[in-house]
Structure formats: structure tokens, C-alpha cells
Design a protein around this ligand. Structure first.
Ligand code: GLU
Length: 548
């Protein structure tokens, strides 16, 4: 086809498109941002499943943009109607919001914000057509009328001949057809897709530096990939190139599954005359399989922890999940955290240089440890607010108890908080109820099996005697002195050192005595400081529990 025929074909394929690439450039001018400001995007598809990989990438996007005074935006990649689900967009927005990742621009629950929209790819059809038309006019794209069956039989032949799969070289059967032949097909109304005319050759190598994977040597693309499907909707490959260019994206963070098609994308940027963004292809999230003990990819089917909803349901604070992802993303984060225990993670200097090129190993136990630390640094007020809001959704009965007397609940949550060595009792909001349950009569139940090995009669006498001397005003010292003074009556040793020297000389020690009280009052063998617990429970409740 000569250049006039290409132009005529372009007009035939896109009769309603009157705008040009220059018009698009004028509509989406370069962003006016300070030097070094990065523009990043999250570009999920509304499939109804938000996973840890989405969050992992989004955190990198958010940090790169906000750390540099740039823009972090949300684009909805809804070109694949088969994968889109009802409510999928709301789910995306809410999932990111739950982790405090709020885009500056793009799709929101109440419409769009930003000057580079629409931010839904389906609403950008005309924009893609402007560029597709221009590519056809320049001889860089053409219609292909192959049917599914033809493509399948082509694939079978390639398989039999052990050749590369795809639409290229001799298999690119519509690439060099005559103008007349193409026009006849169009006149007949035959369905078609628009394909890219790749100028590449697989005997050539291209060099590319990925910000995570480092220097790469890749095979040039020779595939004539589909730009527009038969309904005129673009493929991801074409759409993201146009969007990332027009929306001024400087850094694309995406999963490494896109690496094989990167040469295709770079070729399109070149042919379209666009400067490509920097790419960060992040490693797959891996885990150690509990059954085989070997490393494998996190799987939707086998691993509930892949879904972001898992963390919400179990009540992992979003701050803990983010903190843990930071430890996975930057190898020096933990060292920084040790030196800056109270700083918000946003003040950590996040760097792409510290990102690992190989698989990030996700470990739920490690997250649990990180989370205990994160929660231990929160104020009682903050823990109260977060537990209450979690319980409202996932355990309404507990929420009702917790919020009945907020001051009481906060005082319980304040035990052992603050100070140099805060208690680390829970990792998830789900853990709070079992921890606090004995403070509520409705949940209190006494596990008598936890009582020390003393005769039942001794236990009863201890409880009875203590009722007579218990005074909520006692400080820890007075309280413990009272316990020591009681010991002799039951043949218990008040001095632990002496007891350890010759345990057989006594029926037990002051530790057993205090355990009797602890189990009676809290129902369990382990609890926070008993004197403090008693002060919070109040005289009446303590006496009642001693009577049982
Ligand atoms: N829509 C693509 C996906 O969900 C986005 C890839 C990208 O960020 O470019 O995988």
C-alpha cells in the first residue's frame, strides 16, 4: 500500500475521527510539576478481587509520587468486559482507602477528579482511535480479518513446527495485502481487528534498564499485536501506552508478568514518538508452602492471605500491613525502624535501589510480629477506636460491650501501654476480645484447671481469707506484702529464694498463692498486672469473683 492508500484506509476505518494526535497533545499538556516530581498510577482492572500484589505495587506508587512532590493517580483498566464485575470499581477504591492509599487524581466513589481524565479506559475509546487512525495512515497499523479458527490452526501449525507462537513474519497474513483486497473485505462487512505493524526483528536485541530488575537485554518484538479488538476496544498493550503518555506518567510500577511484553510496549512508544516512562517490574510475591517446605507463588486458590479482604476480616491494622510491606520492599527499612521507633513510616526515605529483583517472600508470622510492634506503639485511644470500628463490622456483640463504657475499655487497653517496654498482647483486632474478655462479666468464665496444684480446701481458704483483707486502695507493694503475710497460714513459703532452695519443705510458695487469686479473678493463668486488673474491675466485682 502506498501512503495515499494508507490515508484512505485510515479514513475508511475511522470516518468519525476528526481529531489528530496533536489535538490530543494539546488537550493533555505536560504537567506543571517541580523538577524530579514523579507521576505514578495504579491501574487495576475491576475484577472484584483485590490482592496483596495490588497493594504492594500501590504502596511503591504512592511513596514514589508523594515523596517527590508528584502525583499518584487511579486509572480503571476496564477494557476486558469479560473480567469486569459489578461493583468492582467501588471495591478497588475502598480497598485502597482502607490502607490509607488515597490517589490524588482519578476515579473516586463520587466521580472523577483531575484534568487528565476520563480515568476509565472504556470512556477513552475516541482517544485510542485518534492514535490508531494515525498509525494506519502512517502504515504502522492495518486491519486483520483472520477468524478465531484461522488463528487456532495457525497456532497448531506453529506448535507442530516448534516455532514461536503469534502473528508475525509469514504468519502475519494480512500485513501486506493489497489495498483492493482489504477494501473488498471491508465492503463485505467482515469483522476485523486493528493490528500494529511491528518494525522489529527477533535477531535484534534491545537494552533496557528496569528500576527493579536492573540492566536487561531483551529480544526485539516482531509480533503484530492487536491494538483494537473487533468491537473497537483497545488491548491493554495499546491503551496503557497512550494513557501513560497522555496522563504524564513518569514511573510505571507493575508485576513482572509484564516483562515479556515490555519490548512490544517500548516499540510502540517509539513508533508513536512518545518518551517511555521508567518501568519497575516488581517480583512475584512468594511464600514457603507449609506442606512441601519449598518456595512458591502465592495462590488465589490455596492462600486466603492473598486477598486484601483477609486482613480486614482478621483485623490486621492497615498500618501493620503497610509496615510489613515496607520491610519487604526496602531491605534497609527494618534498620531504619529500629533507629526511629516512633516515626511514621512515611518519613522513611524509600528508594527503588533497595528493592529486591527476586521474589518477595511473604510470611504471615513475620507480619504478626510486625503488627504486635505496630499496635504496641499506638495509644489506648487509637486502639480503642480501631477495635471498635472493626468489631462493629465483624463482631457486633463485642462492639456493644466494648463501647458500653468507653472510659472503662480505654483504661483496660491502656494497661502496659506507653513506656519503654510496652506490652505486645495482640497482632490483630480479633485477638482483643479474648485478651479483654475477663473484664466483662458477660464474657468472664473461670478455667479452674489453671489453678495451681494445691488442695481444694487450701484454695477455698485463700479465697475466703483474701476477701477479708482485700483493699482496692493498696498499691503493688502493700498488695504483695499482704500476700506474703498470708502464706504461713497454708504452709506456703513467702520467700521465693528460700522456696527454690528446698521446695519439698513447703506446700507451695507465694507464687502459687498469687496464682490462686489470678485464676479466680481473671479466669486464667496469664493476665496483666493483677493489682492493676483489680483496680479496674472494682471492689464489688473482685469480691464476687473471690466468692465463686
Ligand atoms: N490492568 C493491569 C493489571 O491489572 C495493570 C498493569 C499496569 O499497571 O500497567 O494487571
Amino acid at each position: 500500500m502506498d501512503s495515499l492508500q494508507c490515508l484512505e484506509l485510515a479514513n475508511r476505518l475511522f470516518p468519525d475521527i476528526t481529531e489528530t494526535p496533536e489535538d490530543m497533545e494539546a488537550r493533555y499538556p505536560a504537567r506543571n510539576l517541580p523538577e524530579g516530581a514523579k507521576v505514578t498510577r495504579i491501574a487495576p482492572s475491576p475484577t472484584g478481587f483485590m490482592h496483596l500484589g495490588n497493594l504492594y505495587g500501590a504502596l511503591v506508587d504512592e511513596r514514589l509520587a508523594h515523596q517527590s512532590g508528584g502525583v499518584f493517580y487511579l486509572r480503571i483498566e476496564d477494557t476486558d468486559a469479560k473480567r469486569a464485575v459489578e461493583g468492582g470499581v467501588r471495591m478497588i477504591i475502598e480497598a485502597f482507602r482502607n490502607f490509607s492509599l488515597i490517589p490524588d487524581e482519578g476515579a473516586t466513589i463520587d466521580g472523577e477528579i483531575g484534568a487528565y481524565g476520563p480515568y476509565y479506559q472504556r470512556q477513552r475509546k475516541e482517544i485510542y482511535h485518534v492514535f490508531a487512525k494515525s498509525l494506519v495512515a502512517r502504515g504502522y497499523a492495518y486491519p486483520c480479518f483472520c477468524t478465531e479458527e484461522e488463528l487456532e490452526s495457525m497456532r497448531a501449525r506453529q506448535e507442530a513446527a516448534k516455532e514461536n507462537f503469534g502473528y508475525y513474519g509469514p504468519y502475519a497474513v494480512w500485513r501486506d495485502r493489497s489495498f483492493e483486497e482489504v477494501m473488498t473485505k471491508l465492503d463485505e462487512g467482515t469483522p476485523y481487528v486493528v493490528r500494529f505493524r511491528s518494525p522489529g526483528d527477533i535477531s535484534h536485541k534491545i537494552r533496557h534498564t528496569d528500576l527493579v530488575k536492573g540492566k536487561l537485554e531483551l529480544t526485539e518484538n516482531d509480533q503484530d499485536l492487536v491494538l483494537l479488538k473487533s468491537d473497537g476496544i483497545p488491548t491493554y498493550h495499546f491503551a496503557h501506552v497512550i494513557d501513560d503518555h497522555l496522563m504524564g506518567t513518569t514511573h510505571v510500577v507493575r508485576g513482572e508478568e509484564w516483562l515479556p511484553t515490555l519490548p512490544m510496549h517500548l516499540q510502540m512508544f517509539q513508533v508513536l514518538g512518545f518518551k517511555p516512562p521508567k518501568y519497575l517490574h516488581t517480583a512475584q510475591l512468594m511464600k514457603i508452602d507449609p506442606e512441601t517446605g519449598s518456595k512458591r507463588k502465592l495462590s488465589k486458590r490455596k492462600d486466603p492471605e492473598l486477598a486484601l479482604s483477609f486482613y480486614r476480616q482478621q483485623g490486621y491494622p492497615s498500618a501493620s500491613v503497610l509496615e510489613y510491606l515496607m520491610t519487604m520492599l526496602n531491605s534497609n527499612f527494618e534498620e531504619w525502624r529500629a533507629a526511629n521507633p516512633a516515626a511514621p513510616f512515611e518519613s522513611f526515605p524509600f528508594s527503588t535501589n533497595k528493592m529486591s529483583a527476586s521474589g518477595g517472600l511473604f510470611d504471615l508470622e513475620k507480619l504478626t510480629d510486625v503488627s504486635k510492634n505496630v499496635i504496641s506503639r499506638m495509644s489506648a485511644e487509637q486502639v480503642y477506636e480501631e477495635v471498635a470500628s472493626w468489631a462493629q463490622e465483624f463482631d457486633p456483640d463485642f462492639a456493644a460491650l466494648l463501647t458500653r463504657d468507653p472510659a472503662y475499655s480505654k483504661a483496660i487497653l491502656a494497661i502496659g501501654r506507653g513506656g519503654k517496654k510496652p506490652r505486645k498482647d495482640f497482632a490483630r483486632w480479633e485477638d482483643v476480645k479474648p485478651y479483654m474478655s475477663f473484664f466483662f462479666d458477660e464474657l468472664f468464665c473461670c478455667d479452674r484447671t489453671q489453678m495451681p496444684a494445691l488442695p481444694e480446701e487450701t484454695i477455698c481458704r485463700i479465697l475466703e481469707d483474701y476477701q477479708g483483707i482485700y483493699d482496692p486502695a493498696d498499691d503493688n507493694q502493700v498488695w504483695f506484702d499482704k500476700l506474703k503475710a498470708m502464706c504461713g497460714r497454708y504452709g506456703l513459703c513467702a520467700d521465693m529464694k528460700a522456696y527454690k532452695k528446698d521446695p519439698s519443705a513447703y506446700a507451695g510458695s507465694v507464687a502459687d498463692l498469687s496464682m490462686v487469686l489470678r485464676v479466680a479473678i481473671t479466669g486464667r493463668a496469664q493476665s496483666p498486672d493483677l493489682a492493676e486488673v483489680c483496680r479496674l474491675l472494682g471492689r464489688e466485682r473482685v469480691l464476687k469473683r473471690l466468692c465463686r
